[in-house]
Each structure stands twice: as C-alpha cells, then as structure tokens.
Design a protein around this ligand. Structure first.
Ligand SMILES: Nc1nc2c(c(=O)[nH]1)N[C@H]1C(S)=C(S)[C@@H](COP(=O)(O)OP(=O)(O)OC[C@H]3O[C@@H](n4cnc5c(=O)[nH]c(N)nc54)[C@H](O)[C@@H]3O)O[C@H]1N2
Ligand SMILES: Nc1nc2c(c(=O)[nH]1)N[C@H]1C(S)=C(S)[C@@H](COP(=O)(O)OP(=O)(O)OC[C@H]3O[C@@H](n4cnc5c(=O)[nH]c(N)nc54)[C@H](O)[C@@H]3O)O[C@H]1N2
Ligand code: SF4
Ligand SMILES: [Mo]
Length: 668
C-alpha cells in the first residue's frame, strides 16, 4: 500500500499543533511537524496516538435508527430523509424555534460553528447552541468588557506570568512548554490555584487560594496597585479608575484576604513579586469561569492585567474571511433560549445559552423545544445536572447525534449518524483568536476514510431543507475558496505549505468591538451597567448563595483536566485507558486519615445535587479542605454532582468548581 505523509493540523485541543500523518492502509502514524511555525514539531501523547481512536473497532460505520428498543442499520440516504422529516415535523407542529442545533467542543469554534448557525438561522430557529455555553466565553466576556480582548503572552517582553485558575501543564501542553522555557529564562511565575498542580510546581509563588474567593484576591491586588503603584499606571486611557480606586481604598486587606485563606505575608510577597516585575501577563482558566460569580471575578483580574501591562491592549485578530452568503434572507428569529436569563451572552454571541435548554424541553420555558441535532458533543457526560439533562433528552420527540462513537448521548438518540474525525476532514483553522496571525488547513489524511465529514451533513441537510441558497457550493472546497476570496491566501497556497499553515497580515482593529467602544480600559463597564449588572467589581459581586458548612465541609472541583483524555473521549481505547484506567476522586492524605479512608478505597461523594460512588486517590496536590474529580467518565459521571439551580448571571455559565461537597465512607 501507498505510504504518504500528509502535513495537516491536529484539532483535538486548542493548541492545534501541526502534524504529519502517514497511513499504510493498516496503521496510522502521527508525528509533530517541525515545519509548523507555531508548534515546531511539538505533539503530545493524545495527538500522537489518535490513530488508535481513528481505527478503533467500535467506530460507527453506518447510520442507525432506533426501532423500539433496537438499533437498525440504515443507509445515509434514508438517514438524511428521516432527519429532514423529523426536523420539519417539529417545525410544523411547534414552530422552527422548537428545533435546537448543538455543536460540541470536538468540532471546535470555527468553520463548523459558522455552518451550523447558518443552517439553524436559515431554518428559522434562533437555537444554535455551542459548547461556548460552558467553555471559554465567560473569560472572553470578562477580559473584553474591560479592554476589548484576551491578553496574549509575549515572553520576549514579559517579566512575569500569572496563571490563575488554569493548569496548562495538563490542559495546554504546548503553551506549558513555552511557559517553562520562559521561566527557565528568567520570567517570574505566580500561580493562583487551590491545588498544587504541575504548573504550580514551576512557580516562584503559589497561592493555594480558597476556592471561589478569587474576586476578593484580585481586589486586594488592585488595592496594592492603587496605593503603591501610583495613579499614572493605568494612564489616562481609562474610565472608572477613580471609582475602583475609591472602592478598594475603603476596603481593608484583612477583610479581603479573610475570604481567600491567604495570610498577609503570602499576599505581600506575591504583590511585591508581580508589581516589581512588570510587564506581566495573566492566563485565566476554567477554575474561574465555571463559578457562580465567574465573569465578575474575571473582570477584577482583567483590571489587574491592565495595570500589570498598561501598553498591552489585545484586540481580536482574524484572517478576515467572507461571510457566508444569504444571511439577509434569514426568516425573522424569535428570542433564543436563555435570552432572559443571560441576555449579554445571547446577544453578543448571537446564539442560545445551552444551559437553559432543559427548561425549554421539560417546562416549555420560554417555549417548547422538541427536536435536536447534536454534532461533535456528548452533553450527557459534559453538561451539568446529569439526571435533569437525561430526562430532558429522553423527553424530546426526536434526537439525532452525529458522532464517531455510540456515546452516552447517542444511546438516547432516535438516529445516530457516523461522523468522520479531523483526519478525514477539510477545514480552515484561524490561529488569530489565539493571538497568532496564521491561517491553517486541516486536510484529509487517511487512505480509508470513515464516516461523513460535518460539512457534508450540513450541506446535504441544507439542500433537503430548501436552503441551498445559504450553501450554494458543490463541496467544502468550493465553500472554503469562497470564504478565502476576500484575502490573499488561497486553499492551494495552504495545500502547498509544508506546515499546512501560512501567516497573514493583520490590520489592528482597535475600536471594532462594541465592548469598549472608545478603546479605553473600562474599570467601570458601561456595557454591564446597560444590561443591569454592577459595572465596577466590588466585593458584593463575589457573594455566592452557599459555601461549605457542616453538612458539606469540602470544596469540590469537577472537571480538572487529566492529560490523556479529551473530555469524555478515548476511554474505550486501550492505548489511552491503560494510562489512566479508572475514575477517581483526589483526596488529601490528612482528610483521608480523619475519615479512616485509604488509597483505592471506594467512597461516596455527595453534593446538594447528587451522590456518587468513586475510588479514592490520595494526593497531596489538593488542599485538606478540597477534593477534585475529573469529568468524562461514564461510570462515575462528575455531573451527577452538579446542578442547574445557580448560574453566573452574566454569562449563564454553570457552577462546576468550588462546590460544597462531602465524602462518605462506603460503610457509613
Ligand atoms: N488533556 C486535556 N486537555 C484539555 C481538555 C481536556 O479535556 N483534556 N479540554 C480543553 C478545554 S475544552 C478547556 S476549556 C481547557 C481548560 O483548561 P484549564 O482551565 O487550564 O484547566 P482545568 O484543569 O479545567 O482547570 C484549571 C484549574 O482550576 C483550578 N480551580 C478549581 N477551582 C478553582 C477556584 O475556585 N479558583 C482558582 N483560582 N482555581 C480553581 C483547578 O485546581 C485547576 O487546576 O482545557 C483544554 N485542554
Ligand atoms: N463537570 C464538568 N463538566 C464540564 C467541564 C468541567 O470542567 N467540569 N468542562 C466543560 C468544557 S470546558 C467543555 S469544552 C465541555 C466539552 O464537552 P463536549 O463537547 O461534549 O466534549 P466531548 O466529551 O469531547 O465530546 C465530543 C464528542 O465529539 C466526538 N467527535 C470527535 N471528533 C469529531 C469530529 O470530527 N466530528 C464529529 N461530529 N464528532 C467528533 C467525540 O467522539 C465525542 O463524543 O465539557 C464541559 N463539561
Ligand atoms: S497538544 Fe496534543 S492534542 Fe493538542 S493539538 Fe497538540 S498534539 Fe493535538
Ligand atoms: Mo472547554
């Protein structure tokens, strides 16, 4: 058999490393591509071994329709016919808004996101939902509302890095390798994380903060900035500095630090380090986003970022692709799900906030939702409140899932369609949103493609639904050529490039977003006030409805990343499973000793939302009053312990970290 080496892009995680794929028809080999200008040959275990996922024996190969309790194989033609018939049936009976189109994390945030929303809106449903409902966008809001974009690191210039509620050692291996190199070359590192993570081990200072108290700590740093760094620091290009200054001056360090579990010497050492070593960069992560007061805490940290690096005003950059055609022909769209609860999210992202999906299905709030197409996501594992979402998906008149495998979500579906993975797809990847002006091409790279590429399903559906004017192309190559026709890079250029990626010119777009219309740093956010929220981060913003108490004395973090798995994926593939074979709860040895629990014992973890059995892993990375459980395990689903009762009122994000919980021995 032919043995080719194709340069393409790994799109398992947000690093999007350049890879070289060779296929001899039996085995797939994947290696980092040294000619990729960003990843420069880097690859991780997950990416290198993806061939075993691609060739896994349980890959879906034909569409399956549920007849009673049985699955029957059907043809793609018939599957598309069923899909079209069912989506139209829901539309006729309940209106187009009763159909939701969900896009998970695996197909990422770019081309497919555009295609899926275009399809949904053309169909007449405002309910395009993406995994952005609980990933990354709370961070975008917190930073963008403050200075228009997300901070990007430039280690040539930076003297300090602050990693706050993120763990790149496990979650972003390429970024972590850069960070480690910078630290070796003299950049100071401060990590704010309840756990002593692998990232924290590299730090000059690790602040093992009490979960959920990040906003208070950020205000303490701002107080230090106001009182010691001087009024010129933020410059004149800001609004609301006076109000924020007066606020923090009126607070004492004691009352702020009390919430954080940190003492004065710890704080003082940290403040001295970061302010003496400016400019500094703050990397924020999910530890902040998945909190009931996430956006306000991130806002407070973004204020600090603006002082640590006053000249850094990151604004979004992009390759400037043409919009998809026919947007002016969308039918009038009713309000999307979540428009009342999280209006800022819904309006700025122009999509539904998926955390309010189950209310629409179960309670017809704000209207009935009856049919759903899930593409590249596994919400039964990754959405909060497992049992409520299970009831909701079971209640749908029709659920279709487009995936590589028969996932937990697919098992509840009426129709399952086999999807191809990123080794059999043609897609663009713009590195601009991650701060790099490069455009990449994900190329088909295997000899025996499996499943249908997402674009094919979407284009086909569009045609059958009478929406071909929105997708007027024969195939995705034509569509991408159209998208690229506004710029200087063409598909052929990308195909010829040895890294499958090319740089593009950026026109810095300063005031393009309406987030900070005047381009100034907004210590007081007019946008937040316009939407009825508090515009200046003050301690009241960080109050949560409940904290640890006698009934639930421990802080639980769900979903902390472990290196081998991507969310709920790869558990059935031995190459991966052998490395981390079983679900576990990390418990501090001191806490375990108090409860007379040993390593490997089975225990119950309980929150006010649920109770679950799981194996104990003794770990001195966690604080004595904390436990943590990775998400994505079917047999011990962390989301049986999470709820839909409380949300971040700005982003609509769920509360999945810093949750009060308790450990119970199995024998009581
Ligand atoms: N291997 C692997 N890598 C991944 C993923 C994966 O599934 N597997 N998923 C990818 C995706 S989609 C995302 S969004 C990213 C997420 O990437 P990150 O945000 O970097 O990683 P997490 O491990 O989710 O969380 C970061 C840290 O938050 C801390 N934390 C918990 N509660 C608090 C708190 O109250 N305050 C503070 N300050 N910290 C807290 C945890 O201890 C944890 O170390 O990872 C990406 N990378
Ligand atoms: N408790 C808790 N829950 C969490 C989190 C947490 O920290 N704690 N993190 C949240 C975050 S940040 C995120 S991003 C979400 C992730 O949530 P999901 O998007 O549900 O993530 P996955 O489990 O990776 O599901 C991706 C699915 O896509 C399939 N797939 C892979 N490649 C392709 C492809 O090319 N095409 C198609 N069609 N399918 C493909 C995979 O088989 C898999 O079933 O989880 C969230 N859930
Ligand atoms: S870090 Fe690993 S999983 Fe992420 S893109 Fe690179 S090779 Fe793929
Ligand atoms: Mo995510």
């Amino acid at each position: 058999m032919e043995n080719r080496r194709i340069a393409t892009i790994c799109r398992i995680c947000k690093e999007n490393c350049g890879i070289l794929v060779s296929d001899n028809g039996h085995t797939l080999k994947i290696a980092g591509n040294p000619e990729h200008p960003i990843s420069r040959g880097f690859s991780c275990f997950k990416g290198r071994n993806f061939g075993d996922v691609h060739n896994a024996p349980d890959r879906l190969r034909t569409p399956m329709l549920k007849k009673g309790s049985r699955w029957v194989s059907i043809s793609y033609e018939d599957a598309v016919e069923v899909l079209v018939h069912k989506l139209n049936a829901a539309k006729d009976k309940y209106g187009p808004q009763s159909v939701a189109f969900y896009k998970g994390e695996s197909v990422k945030h770019q081309e497919i996101a555009h295609y899926m929303s275009h399809l949904a809106f053309g169909f007449g449903s405002p309910n395009y939902i993406s995994v952005g409902s609980l990933c990354h966008y709370a961070m975008v809001l917190g930073h963008s509302l403050t200075y228009g974009g997300m901070p990007k690191p430039d280690f040539q210039r930076l003297k300090t890095a602050v990693v706050w509620g993120a763990n790149p050692a496990n979650a972003s291996p390429l970024e972590f390798s850069r960070l480690k190199r910078a630290v070796r070359d003299g950049t100071k590192l401060m990590v704010v994380d309840p756990s002593r993570t692998k990232t924290a081990e590299q730090a000059d200072i690790h602040l093992p903060i009490t979960p959920g108290s990040d906003g208070y700590l950020a205000l303490a740093f701002m107080k230090h900035a106001v009182e010691n760094v001087g009024p010129d620091a933020p410059g004149s290009l800001s609004t609301g500095w006076d109000i924020l200054s007066d606020t923090v001056k009126s607070l004492s360090y004691g009352e702020l630090l009390r919430h954080t579990g940190l003492d004065w010497p710890q704080f003082h050492r940290a403040a001295s380090l970061i302010f003496a070593n400016r400019p500094g960069w703050v990397l924020t992560g999910l530890g902040l986003e998945l909190q009931q007061v996430g956006v306000q805490a991130i806002r407070a940290i973004a204020c600090l970022q603006s002082v640590l690096d006053p000249s850094n005003r990151p604004f979004p950059i992009s390759a400037g692709m043409r919009d998809l055609p026919g947007r002016e022909n969308y039918p009038p769209l009713p309000a999307a799900i979540g428009a009342t609860q999280a209006p800022l999210y819904v309006q700025t992202r122009r999509e539904a906030q998926g955390m309010f999906l189950s209310r629409a299905i179960l309670n017809d709030d704000p209207y009935p939702l009856r049919a759903m197409l899930v593409v590249g996501g596994n919400p039964m594992s990754t959405f909060p409140a497992y049992s409520e979402h299970r009831r909701a998906l079971e209640k749908l008149d029709f659920l279709a899932v487009f995936d590589l495998f028969m996932t937990q979500t697919a098992q509840l579906a009426d129709l399952v369609l086999p999807a191809s993975d990123h080794l059999d797809n043609l897609e663009l990847h713009d590195y601009g949103p991650a701060g790099r002006p490069y455009l990449g091409l994900v190329k088909p790279a295997t000899l025996n493609p499996i499943g249908l590429p997402t674009w094919k399903l979407v284009f086909r559906l569009a045609r059958e639904l009478g929406l071909e004017r929105l997708f007027p192309w024969a195939d995705n190559r034509d569509a991408l050529a159209y998208r690229l026709s506004a710029g200087s890079i063409q598909i052929e250029d990308l195909e010829k490039s040895p890294g499958s990626v090319l740089p593009y010119e950026t026109a810095e777009k300063r005031n393009n977003g309406w987030f900070t219309a005047d381009g100034k740093v907004q210590y007081r956010s007019e946008k937040l006030e316009e939407f009825g929220y508090v515009g200046v981060p003050v301690p009241n913003c960080f109050e949560v409805p409940f904290r640890t108490d006698r009934e639930f004395p421990l802080w639980l973090s769900t979903g902390d990343r472990i290196p081998v798995y991507q969310h709920s994926q790869y558990r059935q593939v031995p190459t991966y499973r052998d490395r981390t074979p079983e679900a576990f709860v990390d418990v501090h040895p001191g806490t375990a000793a108090e409860l007379d629990i040993g390593n490997g014992d089975r225990v119950f973890v309980a929150t006010r939302y649920g109770r679950m059995e799981i194996r104990v892993n003794l770990s001195d990375e966690v604080r004595r009053d904390c436990i943590r459980i990775p998400h994505g395990w079917e047999e011990a689903n962390a989301n049986t312990l999470t709820g839909l009762e409380y949300f971040d009122s700005i982003s609509g994000f769920p509360w999945l970290r810093a949750l009060p919980a308790r450990l119970e021995r199995k024998d009581g």
